[in-house]
Design a protein around this ligand. Structure first.
Ligand SMILES: [Zn+2]
Length: 481
């Protein structure tokens, strides 16, 4: 029943409906046959994609090599090495073309290891701390001031002038009741991104933020922040402290009416650096001018080795092209794999890619991003042109045997979102999210946290979606660049 419904819906979306009853009957017979065959074909093709991914994929070894370079923060030597490594790898795969797209990126450096502590009843308590990307340094000998705890930007705004001369401690935890942890992250991350902008406005001398993680441990998680249009003399140092330290500090603040906190960091914003998006392409056999982009970001934070964020996303994206090659599937549209530079602290690579697509009048019909970690695949989210969404939802039947069932209308990814228009379909790969924020932007985001099978299943899931879109996406009229 499900199968039949599936074929009818698929057909009605793929082919125009008929007016006469007689004609309709004829087509009805034809369509069931065609579609049963098509479903069988697709289901076999997907089975082959998964079999190849689980027995003959290279993405796990690629990830081992990439992460051995270390953290790849934009502008760093490691990021430059990663660009070279990616270009060489794409060239080895015999794609139709491989090139580098130049882009200027910010260059922020952490400097010497940060320090933080406070004293309570004569006992010194050291605090695991990490500067936030983009932050200024503390004075050379650190900053020492009374700490004041708030739970939101709004609360800080309300306190206003009372923040002057203090270190503001943002301590709203991620909501553990939200099943998709990305939603919990979304509900908290404004403290990290804008906390210093608000507190600096009122003359605070520093900001510390509870790490964006659901795990109670001693690892601080970095991430980007912004001072917005705050004048330079109001820009104050900001850092993240571990969740465990945040809980203890909060407890101690409640015990003592006044508590002074010390931290020291030596980070610096250096002049911008020339870097690159790395791009490889398989030319389409029928619609070579219509482009389907598949990508992740090559840069990462400096603390770990950028395994889940987003080493897994780039190697999976490249594996999609290789799985087409290994299964002798000739794409009808041009498949373009993009390793974006500077997602973490500027999104320059993404903006450059979209700008150049527009300038060159390229037709972009589909884009898929993997930037949510390398855990077990659950599904995809869709954004942009959703005229074919009902059809795409039907593909769930083909992917359910592989545990893939989430097809939602809910954003896509930071790197492909600048391509958004009424004509392009944007999709975000959605793996299981329960462990992602345990590692995200922390020193624990390392290669050993990635499971080979989960990574390969993800690459196969992405390839299956690209295969179906390539096969069934209706011909786009007036595709806007
Ligand atoms: Zn990422």
């Amino acid at each position: 029943m499900k199968q039949l419904l599936f074929s009818v819906t698929l057909f009605s979306l793929l082919f125009s409906s008929c007016t006469s009853h007689k004609k309709e009957e004829k087509v009805e017979t034809k369509k069931t046959t065609i579609n049963k065959e098509q479903i069988q074909q697709d289901s076999l093709a997907i089975r082959k994609i998964f079999d190849t991914a689980l027995t003959d994929a290279d993405c796990y070894e690629w990830l081992r090599e990439l992460t051995s370079i270390g953290g790849r923060l934009s502008g760093s030597e490691e990021a430059a090495k990663a660009v070279k490594w990616s270009e060489n790898l794409m060239k080895e795969l015999e794609l139709d073309s491989v090139w580098l797209q130049p882009v200027m990126v910010p260059h922020w450096v952490r400097g010497a290891k940060e320090k933080a502590y406070y004293t309570i009843n004569g006992e010194k308590i050291n605090v695991p701390i990490t500067a936030l990307g983009g932050s200024v340094a503390t004075p050379k000998n650190g900053v020492l001031a009374e700490v004041i705890e708030v739970k939101s930007l709004e609360e800080a705004e309300k306190l206003g002038e009372q923040l002057a001369g203090k270190i503001v401690f943002y301590n709203r935890p991620m909501d553990p009741t939200l099943i998709k942890t990305g939603h919990a992250y979304g509900g908290c991350v404004n403290q990290r991104y804008s906390g210093a902008r608000i507190a600096g406005k009122f003359g605070a001398v520093g900001v510390i933020v509870r790490s964006m993680s659901l795990k109670n441990d001693d690892y601080p998680h970095t991430g980007s922040m912004s001072y917005g249009d705050l004048p330079e003399d109001k820009r104050i140092p900001t850092a993240a402290i571990s969740t465990k330290a945040a809980d203890l500090l909060s407890e101690n603040i409640q015990k003592k009416s006044s508590l002074t906190f010390f931290f020291e960091q030596h980070c610096e914003n250096l002049p911008e650096v020339l870097s690159y998006n790395v791009i490889g392409e398989l030319k389409g056999s029928e619609f070579p001018d219509e482009i389907m982009t598949i990508g992740g970001h090559l840069d990462s934070w400096d603390l770990g080795d950028g395994a889940h964020d987003d080493g897994t996303g780039v190697v999976q994206s490249l594996e999609v092209l290789q799985l087409f090659q290994k299964n002798n599937i000739k794409p009808r549209h041009t498949l373009r794999c993009v390793f974006f530079m500077n997602e973490e602290n500027g999104l320059r690579g993404a903006k450059k890619y979209a700008e150049e697509a527009k300038a060159k009048n390229e037709k972009h019909v589909f884009a898929l991003e993997s930037d949510a970690g390398g855990h077990t695949p659950r599904g995809f989210s869709f954004d942009g042109n959703l005229a074919s969404y009902e059809m795409m939802k039907e593909w769930r039947n083909l992917l359910e045997p592989y545990g893939i069932h989430e097809f939602t209308k809910e954003g896509s990814g930071a790197d492909i979102s600048p391509l958004k228009s009424e004509t392009i379909v944007l999709s975000g790969y959605r793996p299981d999210s329960q462990r992602y924020f345990d590692y995200h932007h922390a020193e624990t985001d390392t290669f050993d946290k990635v499971n080979k099978r989960e990574l390969e299943l993800g690459a196969a899931a992405m390839t299956s979606l690209v295969y179906l879109v390539d096969k069934y996406l209706p011909k786009q009229e007036n595709v806007k660049p």
